[in-house]
Write a new protein. Structure first.
Length: 81
């Protein structure tokens, strides 16, 4: 936990960084690359549909689980500290 003074100092540093280097600040704020998210959804969602159509229900269910996990991680990001 940060003290109130440390929290204010951190906020001031963040504001200065945003004013001086807005591109760096935007890059540091990104959590997940959007192309990766949409690519995974497209590949595994498409595979789930295709495998269901051809009758391979086991692998289709696994692809559906991966798709659900991607959506869950998008909503609740996992951060290693």
């Amino acid at each position: 936990m940060l003290s109130e003074a440390e929290r204010r100092s951190l906020q001031e540093i963040e504001q200065r960084l945003l004013a001086d280097e807005p591109r760096l600040a935007r890059t540091m704020n990104r959590q997940v690359r959007p192309w990766l998210f949409y690519g995974l959804l497209l590949v595994f969602g498409g595979l789930a549909v295709l495998l269901t159509v051809i009758g391979a229900f086991g692998p289709a269910f696994q692809c559906l689980l991966v798709t659900a996990a991607v959506l869950a991680f998008r909503k609740f990001p996992y951060r290693i500290r």
